[in-house]
Design a protein around this ligand. Structure first.
Ligand SMILES: [Zn+2]
Length: 408
């Protein structure tokens, strides 16, 4: 695992921030630069079928070391970093043998990662932490995942005595803008199941995520001179507000956790004539998710019966579904990951993702894909950090899963 840290430090220097406004795949040229860089590296360590397609997806094969009939498995990580925070000129800093306490990221700019804000950092006393200089994100999400997969493949190539089946790997663009699965060629990938190395803390293992939809509500009002508006004006802002308050007050992101779902009002724009509201709807159980959508439609009907047909209008679209539906019938996929962690001394921490993952969409495209920790913390911001020891463990998990699948 010698090259893991150097590899990671090299990767984060390449700016691969994605951008939802370009309409391109990959959305930014830096991702293609990284894709080509990775392809060269995969060639040089000795993987087969190394390929970068026009959309920037990098695929490669590690051939089997056994003649047994073993399912082809895959490991996936994303190359892009979040558009939420600068990923340019990342200057990672390694704190060897962290001794606890606040970490000064940038003396000049007085940027400090404090234990009071981020108490979890003290879980890693005695370990080596990679942090930022406080001006950019780090990009451990998900370059830690990329580095772990490459390093695991390099390890397996150097240790042919470890018996494993054929392994496919893929590095995807544009995960952070929700498009990482858009052009994923599941058939070409050819794996029976796969894992994304894109979780956070050591031990994380995820195979449940939200069902998700968005709803655009349009309220049509009627403007009349306010001095002469009696029984004539219809103020769309006030009607929109009425709809808002008809929804359960505590079913919002700031009031929910764990398996609780919500309605989230993302934007509200209006004047008397017209108001638009954008909601997202989230829930783990499919039936509760469907009920939430029905409830919104029901409120729209109520408003229309009060103010007249055509006052309120709703447009809804499903975004993604809970992968649990697709993973449950093949639970052994999760069990391999659990067992791998246990065998190398990690306690699996199975929890639901309060969001989506590319793995969720891939699971519905025929490739069941749970998510495994990559090791980082505080994604998408200047306080992002990753313990080197967690990255090493993640690499070992990849090797161990490969071994376990061949033994079964
Ligand atoms: Zn990620």
């Amino acid at each position: 695992m010698n090259n893991l840290l150097d590899r990671f430090l090299g990767y984060v220097e390449i700016d691969t921030q994605s951008d939802s406004d370009t309409g391109l795949t990959p959305s930014t040229p830096g991702q293609m630069v990284f894709a080509e860089f990775l392809a060269d590296e995969l060639q040089s360590i000795g993987l087969s079928d190394v390929e970068v397609d026009n959309n920037g997806y990098v695929m490669a094969t590690l051939p089997a070391t056994t003649d047994d009939d073993v399912p082809v498995i895959g490991f996936i990580a994303h190359m892009d970093t979040s558009p939420d925070f600068s990923g340019r000129h990342v200057k990672p800093c390694v704190i060897a043998n962290y001794q606890g306490g606040d970490i000064v990221l940038n003396k000049d700019k007085e940027i400090v990662l404090t234990v009071s804000d981020f108490p979890e950092v003290e879980k890693y006393i005695g370990q080596d932490l990679v942090v930022t200089d406080g001006t950019t994100l780090l990009g451990a999400d998900d370059k830690a995942g990329v580095a772990e997969i490459v390093t695991a493949m390099e390890y397996l190539l150097a240790h042919p005595e470890v018996k494993h089946g054929k392994i496919r790997i893929c590095f995807t663009p544009d995960e952070e803008i929700g498009a990482g699965a858009d052009h994923f060629d599941v058939k070409k990938f050819g794996a029976e199941f796969a894992y994304t190395m894109d979780g956070s803390e050591l031990g994380e293992l995820e195979f449940e995520n939200f069902n998700a939809a968005y709803a655009k509500l349009t309220i049509n009002g009627r403007m009349v001179h306010p001095g002469y508006a009696k029984r004539k004006m219809r103020n769309s802002i006030r009607i929109a507000n009425q709809i808002m308050t008809m929804l359960p007050r505590h079913e919002t992101p700031e009031h929910t956790e764990s398996y609780e779902g919500f309605y989230h009002l993302m934007s509200f724009n209006g004047d008397v004539e017209k108001t638009e509201m954008m909601y997202i709807i989230r829930d783990f159980k499919r039936d509760r998710f469907e009920d939430r959508k029905k409830e919104l439609e029901h409120l729209i009907r109520k408003v229309n019966s009060e103010y007249g047909e055509g006052t309120a209008d709703i447009e809804m679209k499903d975004q993604y579904y809970n992968m649990r539906e697709k993973v449950e019938p093949v639970m052994y996929v999760v069990d391999f990951a659990k067992q791998a962690m246990e065998e190398i001394g990690i306690e699996p921490n199975v929890k639901p993702i309060r969001g989506g993952t590319d793995g969720a969409r891939l699971s519905y495209m025929g490739l069941p894909t749970p998510n495994i920790f990559a090791g980082g913390h505080n994604f998408h911001g200047r306080f992002e950090f990753v313990p080197v020891q967690s990255m090493i463990k993640a690499t070992e998990v990849i090797v161990k899963i490969s071994e376990l699948v061949a033994k079964k």
